[in-house]
Design a protein around this ligand. Structure first.
Ligand code: FAD
Length: 465
């Protein structure tokens, strides 16, 4: 989301852009799963007005936002609270499709009109099992941005993530300073416990709740975590690493340790299986997965939360309509492979607990992966080979306009999110993160939007004391 402040006494129009909506466009994110009721509340809370309405073109101040995604929606909504301000939100996509409010239906939005549908360039170090060594790189193209097509998991990240941002030379971004923005955006509808209540917000626009129902698999996973000695904690509360949590998410780290990856066991049905697998090369799919078709199953997928590999996003051509060249350069750093191998071993440990193996009757698919036959199955080199063939994105790309002090040559914005060397221009979205947070990124993007809006208000002297 790019924010430009324009002063106008005659009312500028934004030539060449589609003006979709004005005023109070916001965001929605369910903790685990949001519901139609939550979406309805959000839509009624943030009424949209078409630009053709009287008064639209005669405003004295236009705050212009490019991108109505997670952070952009939050900024636009908060700025529109200022009396006399009009907010112009330019969004390339259309309204959020109905599927976006149904938990789990986001899979049908992949490569739909609500998705920019980028693909990575062929990868040198990874994606060996995928067609063209490339994978789908989804990004939301609709009001709501990527939150429109995401899995609706609400995870703020670890307090050390934000403390580290500040330590890197970005004053004002420590956990203690950003916590109020997480709380401001939140309407927590889960059980309020004395030990976590301080950390949760009530009355904000983003409804957050615990999952209302649990499958036998979910209960088995939680039991497995307990059998391994992990606590079940609220990952958005005071103790963020225990990080099994009630949505079947569990941290790969003991209490107090530095979590490098986490494991998300996700139940899926046959249709999802197809969605996950359809980019794999046919030969690999036939040899490895075909025998599973028709069976029920679930995956335990370790996710790397602090990757060391770095990639690039470049222009493909001077035509702005051409998709960019997205090169995540996955697994170019050997530590990333090593941590994922550890993650797989942890997943095996989880799968072999009595809760899963004996009570649920789960068995690992033991077929050697085509392409890795030369390695001894179960050895570290085998799993490293497996990772290089099978690992793909979990959709938390950030940091392309990183926030940094002037001493950092790779910084794009300062700690107030102003673009270096350009006046009147801010970037307010996930791209400013100096390092990715340890978890999913939507909640941090909402927080960035909330904080960015306050910075703009402060600059204009309209921030309520
Ligand atoms: C498939 C998927 C699943 C995910 N699952 C989760 C999850 O469960 N939990 C979680 O916390 N996070 C999840 N994430 C990540 C999270 O949704 C994103 O980090 C977050 O939405 C990013 O917010 P943002 O404001 O930075 O950008 P976005 O929300 O992507 O917003 C960018 C907006 O800018 C618009 N735009 C781009 N170019 C232009 C232009 N030229 N003109 C006008 N508009 C433009 C886009 O259409 C888009 O609406 C997921 C992401 C994806 C893709």
């Amino acid at each position: 989301m790019i924010s430009v402040a324009l002063k106008s006494s005659h009312g500028e129009t934004a030539e060449g852009f589609t003006i979709r909506a004005l005023v109070k466009i916001s965001f929605i994110q369910g903790d685990l799963y949001s519901t139609k009721e939550i979406r309805a509340r959000y839509l009624s809370y943030y009424q949209t007005k078409q630009c053709q309405e009287p008064g639209c073109s005669s405003v004295a101040l236009i705050n212009s936002r490019v991108g109505g995604g997670t952070a952009g929606g939050a900024v636009a909504a908060r700025l529109s609270e200022v009396e006399g301000w009009r907010v112009l939100l330019l969004e390339a996509g259309g309204p959020p499709p109905p599927e976006s409010v149904v938990p789990g239906l986001n899979v049908v939005l992949m490569q739909s009109d609500a998705d920019w549908s980028y693909f990575t360039v062929p990868q040198k170090h990874s994606l060996k099992g995928y067609v063209g060594k490339s994978c789908h790189f989804p990004l939301g193209r609709a009001l709501g941005g990527s939150s429109t097509i995401n899995w609706m998991m609400y995870v703020r990240g670890n307090r050390r993530d934000f403390d580290n941002w500040e330590a890197m030379g970005n004053p004002g971004w420590s956990y203690d300073k950003v916590l109020k923005y997480f709380k401001k955006s939140e309407d927590y509808r889960g059980v309020r416990r004395p030990d976590t209540a301080f950390y949760r917000g009530v009355g904000g626009p983003a409804s957050v709740e615990n999952k209302r129902w649990g499958t036998p698999l979910m209960h088995a996973i939680l039991k497995a975590g307990r059998q391994l000695g992990y606590d079940v904690v609220d990952p958005n509360g005071p103790e963020q690493i225990g990080f099994s949590i009630p949505d079947m998410t569990t941290r790969n780290g003991r209490r107090g340790s530095s979590a490098e990856s986490y494991v998300r066991p996700a139940a899926f049905r046959r249709s999802n299986l197809h969605v996950v697998m359809n980019a794999l090369v046919t030969q690999l799919f036939n040899k490895y997965y075909k025998s599973l078709i028709g069976l029920q199953g679930f995956t335990v997928g370790p996710m790397l939360t602090r990757p060391k590999s770095r990639g690039t996003v470049r222009l493909r051509s001077p035509d702005p309509k051409d998709p960019p060249l997205v090169d995540p350069n996955y697994l170019s750093h050997p530590d990333d492979v090593a941590i994922l191998v550890r993650g797989i071993k942890f997943a095996l440990t989880v799968g072999n607990t009595p809760a899963l193996r004996e009570e649920l009757g789960a068995r690992f698919h033991s077929q050697p992966l085509p392409g890795c036959e030369r390695e001894i199955p179960g050895s570290d080199p085998y799993w490293a080979c497996y990772v290089r063939h099978m690992a793909k994105t979990t959709w938390h790309a950030v940091g392309s306009c990183k926030m940094a002090p002037p001493s950092d040559p790779f910084g794009v914005v300062d700690h107030t999110l102003k673009v270096r060397g350009v006046s009147g221009l801010r970037v307010v979205d996930g791209s400013i993160m100096p390092l990715v947070t340890s978890g999913n990124t939507n909640a941090p993007c909402i927080m960035i939007g909330e904080k960015g809006a306050d910075m703009i208000k402060e600059d204009w002297g309209v921030l309520p004391g």
